[in-house]
Write a protein that binds this ligand. Structure first.
Ligand SMILES: *[C@@H]1O[C@H](CO)[C@@H](O)[C@H](O)[C@H]1NC(C)=O
Ligand SMILES: *[C@@H]1O[C@H](CO)[C@@H](O)[C@H](O)[C@H]1NC(C)=O
Ligand SMILES: *[C@@H]1O[C@H](CO)[C@@H](O)[C@H](O)[C@H]1NC(C)=O
Ligand SMILES: *[C@@H]1O[C@H](CO)[C@@H](O)[C@H](O)[C@H]1NC(C)=O
Ligand SMILES: *[C@@H]1O[C@H](CO)[C@@H](O)[C@H](O)[C@H]1NC(C)=O
Ligand SMILES: *[C@@H]1O[C@H](CO)[C@@H](O)[C@H](O)[C@H]1NC(C)=O
Ligand SMILES: *[C@@H]1O[C@H](CO)[C@@H](O)[C@H](O)[C@H]1NC(C)=O
Ligand SMILES: *[C@@H]1O[C@H](CO)[C@@H](O)[C@H](O)[C@H]1NC(C)=O
Ligand SMILES: *[C@@H]1O[C@H](CO)[C@@H](O)[C@H](O)[C@H]1NC(C)=O
Ligand SMILES: *[C@@H]1O[C@H](CO)[C@@H](O)[C@H](O)[C@H]1NC(C)=O
Ligand SMILES: *[C@@H]1O[C@H](CO)[C@@H](O)[C@H](O)[C@H]1NC(C)=O
Ligand SMILES: *[C@@H]1O[C@H](CO)[C@@H](O)[C@H](O)[C@H]1NC(C)=O
Length: 707
């Protein structure tokens, strides 16, 4: 600096010398002005300061001080007139005798560049420049934030300083004691620091150092950059694809922010009152609690909001199990149905084996044309529910072979009602069509068909009408049909037996009827001594022409009866007469009990008449053969049911009773019996245990008597 000044002044001297030499040849004087101190002067406001110069080379030159380019003092050295100073500056500016300029109690506003210029006629001009800096002690510096809150994401944030007084020579900003320089993030301006796009990392302690040659001040400011809520993280614990009714789950909503954001929970758009924690606990979940849970966050300082959704699926399995069925449609198609209603969500149902593309929810129907490959095919319905998978199976099949059943009753109007039942195993359930000789039977009063078509009820009191007709029932479903014909028979007994107790006082009669015979009841008839009443006297009943009297009447369902009290010393004969209302069928064989007949007079007479009797017997054998042929023919014509035993039968000898002690077996051939009939067989076997053992009769009793 000093060298530079010396160099300038040397140049100026040289220049002045050159000018002088060229203009005024022969003169040896030059005008020179030089500083007597530094040319850059710093001072405190209010103090006295002098810009001192010395002038050489000429006497009494004219002197002018300029402030910048405006002259503020003019004078000719050593003149008697006072220096010319503008009125406004008279209090401050004072020109010394040597031309130096003194500032008295210099105010701040006098900071400027000052130039002194000397002129002397004939000698030219010389000038010198000074810089005056007037300072003040820095006082009461404050930092302010004219841009308001510092919020992350805004464009800029300004930190500005102001002070009561002071002239700043240098300002330096620090963030966490690191000096801040102009950069892409900061702008250091005249009286402020601009933070461009402030973020959370700009939070911290800022300081500002202000200096001038007379003082230095440092101020601090803690700055908080508000931010958030950040993108929330919403997590369910335990985390599952879906929840089952009764489960528990807690939802945790995490999000950073300054200040920490407040939490509010919203379920399906409805605020959950009281749910203000980061964690929302849900216990014993119900399906109604399935839906969208929203965690709503608010930064209360910046009013910034954010929300995050989580969807909870709460499922419940449908009650029970899926149910499969198959129905007939238009007699040519099969309707496969699968039902599993309820639950959340509904189960998805399908019959993959039939059609793997279509499916239903809760209820599924599939119609397929009936074809033989569906017959007997077990089809599974696949029932898929998120909670459980299930199946149900259904098999469609054509009607199986069957045997019609006959039941005869007498209704309240004492009319006879004959029911024919055609029930077959089939899926879908078979529809039965009925016909007689003259064609299809229509539903009416005489012929009434049950609503499920499996039963035909015939109301006809004349048994002769009934046994003339052949009824045909056809069971059909879309997969096929089965037909059966049946011809009703008069009431008859196919088989009968008698059992006697040990004392010979009680008998048990059992019997059967052919499956196709129409029977509404039975008369139990007896011939012989009267029965003994409890009080010892005998009972008297009406007798038929052949000496039998009816001692009991049994309903059509009965297949056995007990008779008591008998006198073991007497001879009794029993028979069973089947009835169709008032019509009597052929009686059963006669069962005789009692002591054997002795060789009495009539017996001897009988033996004497043996030869004519043998002829009679031969005749009877012929008749029997004819009867057998006749029966065989009818059997071939009408039915596959077993042939009933001939009604004519010799009295069971007492000896054979024992062999028959076991109840007779059901008739062979897969026949179906009415439930009553089965029950009777059962009860009979029960009873055979209870009955006293039968005593074999003495060996000499071997006489069989024909009735
Ligand atoms: C400044 O100069 C004025 C007038 O000459 C004088 O009265 C005053 O005392 C001086 N002040 C200082 C601090 O020297
Ligand atoms: C920083 O840059 C601004 C504008 O570009 C300028 O006005 C200011 O003087 C610079 N500050 C510093 C310390 O360089
Ligand atoms: C803040 O600073 C951290 C660590 O220095 C950095 O990972 C993060 O990205 C910064 N955040 C921003 C918004 O610049
Ligand atoms: C700034 O914050 C720090 C820590 O919180 C504290 O110690 C310090 O006193 C604060 N400074 C000012 C100027 O507020
Ligand atoms: C959250 O779900 C609600 C409906 O329940 C919807 O209006 C909102 O837009 C969703 N918010 C988000 C962030 O997906
Ligand atoms: C149903 O169809 C079968 C043959 O596919 C047929 O035998 C039967 O008579 C039909 N039944 C009805 C009620 O149409
Ligand atoms: C559906 O059935 C067809 C033919 O039966 C078979 O080719 C296909 O792979 C099945 N698709 C599925 C998804 O099971
Ligand atoms: C249905 O049949 C499949 C095999 O065909 C068997 O695995 C399944 O247990 C059956 N489902 C039911 C309910 O019987
Ligand atoms: C066949 O049944 C019809 C009633 O549908 C009846 O009118 C007709 O007499 C019956 N045929 C015979 C031979 O009984
Ligand atoms: C026949 O008629 C009776 C009574 O009129 C009715 O209950 C029954 O359902 C009918 N049967 C059919 C197959 O329509
Ligand atoms: C019963 O029907 C037959 C044949 O149809 C007939 O000959 C007889 O007279 C009828 N009997 C009664 C009591 O109606
Ligand atoms: C049999 O006894 C009953 C009373 O127990 C009586 O009423 C009845 O007259 C008696 N019969 C004979 C034939 O004595």
């Amino acid at each position: 600096m000093k060298q530079l000044e010396e160099f300038t002044s040397l140049c100026r001297k040289t220049l002045v010398t050159v000018l002088f030499l060229s203009t005024f040849q022969g003169a040896n004087c030059e005008l020179l002005v030089s500083p007597l101190g530094p040319t850059i002067v710093s001072t405190l406001a209010g103090s006295n300061v002098t810009l001192a110069v010395s002038v050489n080379g000429a006497s009494d030159p004219a002197i002018t001080w300029f402030r910048d380019i405006i002259p503020v003092v003019t004078w000719t050295i050593n003149s008697n007139s006072p220096p010319d100073i503008p009125q406004s500056s008279k209090d401050v500016l004072h020109l010394e005798k040597d031309g130096s300029l003194t500032f008295i109690q210099v105010p701040l506003s006098y900071s400027s560049h000052y130039t002194v210029e000397m002129t002397k006629s004939g000698l030219g001009k010389a000038s010198l420049q000074f810089t005056l800096q007037v300072f003040e002690i820095i006082q009461d510096v404050t930092l302010s934030t004219p841009s308001g809150l510092a919020v992350e994401g805004t464009d800029r944030f300004i930190l500005q300083y102001s002070m009561l007084q002071g002239v700043i020579e240098q300002q330096t900003w620090f963030f966490k004691s690191t000096e801040i320089k102009n950069s892409s993030h900061y702008l250091v301006q005249q009286t402020s620091l601009v933070i461009l796009r402030p973020n959370r990392n700009d939070t911290g302690l800022y300081s500002l150092q202000l200096t001038n040659p007379f003082s230095s001040v440092k101020v601090y400011r803690n700055l908080t950059v508000f931010y958030g809520p950040d993108e929330p993280i919403l997590k369910a614990t335990p985390e599952k694809i879906f929840y089952v009714v009764g489960d528990s789950v807690s939802l945790l909503c995490q999000s950073d922010g300054n200040p920490q954001p407040t939490v509010e929970w919203v379920f399906n758009g409805q605020k959950l009152s009281g749910a203000l924690n980061r964690v929302l606990d849900l216990t014993n979940l119900q399906t109604s609690q399935g839906g969208v849970y929203t965690c709503s966050l608010l930064n209360q300082m910046t009013n910034e909001k954010r929300e995050k959704n989580v969807t909870l699926d709460v499922y419940e399995r449908p009650p029970g199990s899926p149910v499969c069925s198959v129905l007939s449609v238009n007699n040519d198609s099969l309707l496969y149905e699968c039902d599993w209603m309820g639950g959340t969500p509904q189960a998805t149902l399908s019959f993959p084996a039939l059609n793997n593309a279509s499916r239903g929810e809760g209820h599924f129907r599939l119609i397929l044309p009936a074809s033989t490959n569906l017959n007997g095919k077990t089809v599974s319905c696949q029932a898929d529910h998120p909670v459980q998978q299930n199946t149900c199976n259904i098999t469609a099949c054509n009607p199986k072979t069957f045997l019609p059943e006959i039941r005869a009753t007498v209704d309240l109007d004492s009319k006879m009602v004959v029911s024919v039942l055609c029930v077959t195993e089939a899926s879908p359930q078979a529809v039965v069509s009925w016909s007689n000789d003259s064609g299809a039977i229509a539903n009416g009063t005489t012929y009434q068909i049950s609503s499920d078509t499996s039963e035909l009820k015939i109301r006809d009191n004349n048994i002769s009408n009934l046994i003339l007709q052949i009824f045909t029932c056809t069971c059909s479903n879309p997969l096929g049909s089965q037909a059966r014909s049946i011809q009703l028979q008069e009431p008859s007994i196919s088989d009968s037996s008698l059992f006697l107790n040990q004392d010979g006082t009680i008998i048990t009669l059992t019997w059967d009827v052919p499956p196709t015979s129409v029977v509404t009841g039975f008369d139990i008839q007896m011939k012989g001594s009267n029965l003994i009443n409890k009080n010892g006297n005998t009972s008297q009943t009406k007798s038929t022409s052949d000496g039998y009297s009816t001692i009991q009447q049994k309903p059509g369902s009965a297949r056995s009866t007990d008779v008591f009290t008998l006198d073991p010393k007497q001879i009794y004969r029993f028979r069973i007469v089947p009835k169709a209302r008032l019509f009597d069928g052929k009686p059963s064989v006669v069962h005789r009990i009692g002591p054997p007949d002795g060789l009495s007079g009539p017996a001897i007479a009988g033996i004497a008449a043996g030869i004519p009797c043998s002829i009679l017997a031969l005749l009877m054998v012929g008749g029997l053969i004819f009867l057998i042929i006749y029966l065989k023919r009818t059997k071939r014509h009408q039915t596959k049911y077993p042939v009933p035993r001939t009604a004519e039968k010799t009295i069971t000898p007492a000896k054979t009773i024992q062999h028959k002690a076991t109840p007779h077996k059901p008739l062979a051939g897969g026949l179906k019996f009415f439930p009553d009939s089965n029950r009777i067989h059962k009860s009979l076997s029960d009873r055979s245990v209870a009955l006293p053992a039968f005593v074999p009769p003495p060996p000499h009793v071997r006489v069989a008597t024909t009735v």
